[in-house]
Design a protein around this ligand. Structure first.
Ligand SMILES: [Zn+2]
Length: 395
């Protein structure tokens, strides 16, 4: 038996008036998913908790059956794992976004989708300027890491995608009276002097792109520890993912985590390579966890049609490829498709609503007339996120 879990990040949504009160999942032309959904179970699953951040780190840990309250120390620490950064005691790893600021207002949480190569040059500059405070590491695109020694336990930070249009001075790191935190806040403010005049930003402005003129630190955490996926489920597993937070979860659980060429975590990502690597992973493993970032990004951009297009690409180039190739590996497989959380285009951030799931088994003869969408899923079963893995494996 082989197991495939496909997570289109942030794919769930709310009905949008301008599109006949439909959601992107309802509007998208999903030929492959529509083909298998007639023989699948459709239902709703709650992947988030109302007393925790509505983050992808929380949701994906939950889907994998690991209680985020117990195992999650902060997204930055997971992402550090993905970059093979060896965190020491007293180290805190922050996610470091490149952002765009105008008159102290955040106008882009990802510096207009800055590339990894551009980030690399800026990170080099930051390390030269601020090496007495900590160390910056290049990640993927605008998603980078900053590590520093810190003995403050209760640190509060704000995800930049939640404060677009807001004044930076109201959302700096807290508690602001702590001298070490003040040093970090001063560094954030000063980063503008280093970044604004940088060559990379001159080129970006010439090309009509917003400059990456400030850093933003958030999602901090200390080194996490958890039981391996194999020890927990007795299954060998791999992760086909683009973004470092998901790769970090894979590394934490000792799953196989390849670097996938062209997997950018943005709209230009190489969906074909994600699918190919997923199939390769499945040859050597019992289970593959595939995570695709683009629908979430489209949700944060507030772009309905772009989100529809991302879902169609995932259906055609990932689901299609897997259904084509799986028979070369096995006749016996289960496939689950579920978003980790909604990122509704109307509100442009994550919400904690339950999301639709689809579970298909090559061994089961199900007759189903529910569609894989938010509306129909309400007429199916309701699962608690932490029960998903056991449910899926036994299905
Ligand atoms: Zn997510």
């Amino acid at each position: 038996m082989k197991y495939i879990i496909l997570v289109p990040d942030g794919a769930a949504d709310y009905p949008v008036e301008e599109y006949s009160n439909k959601t992107p999942l309802e509007v998208a032309n999903l030929e492959n998913i529509r083909e298998i959904e007639r023989r699948s179970e459709i239902g709703l699953i709650k992947t988030l908790f109302d007393d925790m951040d509505y983050g992808s780190d929380v949701a994906n840990m939950t889907i994998l059956g690991y209680d985020p309250k117990k195992y999650l120390t902060g997204r930055g620490a997971l992402e550090a794992l993905a970059l093979d950064i060896n965190l020491q005691r007293n180290d805190v790893a922050f996610r470091c976004n490149f952002i765009t600021v105008q008159n102290n207002i955040i106008i882009s949480y990802n510096a207009d989708n800055i590339t990894t190569e551009e980030s690399r040059s800026l990170i080099k500059e930051l390390n030269e300027r601020f090496n007495h405070i900590g160390k910056f590491y290049t990640g993927i695109g605008y998603r980078n890491i900053f590590v520093t020694k810190l003995d403050v336990e209760e640190i509060k930070t704000y995800p930049p995608h939640d404060i677009v249009g807001k004044n930076i001075y109201n959302y700096l790191i807290e508690p602001r009276n702590n001298p070490k935190i003040k040093e970090l806040n001063d560094m954030i403010i000063e980063s503008r002097k280093v970044l604004e005049p940088h060559e990379i930003n001159k080129h970006r402005k010439k090309r009509g792109k917003k400059p990456a003129n400030m850093i933003w630190l958030w999602g901090q955490g200390r080194k996490p520890e958890a039981m391996s996926f194999y020890d927990k489920y007795k299954l060998k597993a791999g992760v086909a993912a683009e973004v470092i937070v998901i790769k970090g979860i894979g590394k934490l659980l000792h799953m196989e985590v390849p670097n996938i060429p062209g997997a950018t975590g943005s709209f230009d990502t190489n969906y074909d390579n994600l699918a190919k690597y997923a199939i390769e992973l499945l040859k050597r493993n019992d289970l593959v966890f595939i995570h695709v970032e683009s629908p979430d990004e489209a949700g944060h951009e507030g772009d309905f049609e772009l989100k529809v297009k991302c879902l169609e690409e995932i259906d055609r180039r990932i689901v299609g490829h897997i259904l084509n190739k799986i028979n070369e590996i096995t006749d016996d497989f289960k496939l689950a498709i579920l978003p980790d959380h909604p990122t509704p285009v109307k509100i442009r951030t994550h919400t904690g609503d339950p999301v639709p799931y689809l579970i298909y088994s090559s061994n089961k003869n199900i007759k189903n007339c529910l569609k894989f969408c938010e509306r129909d899923a309400r007429n199916g079963k309701f699962l608690e996120g932490l029960n998903f893995m056991r449910y899926f494996l036994k299905f």
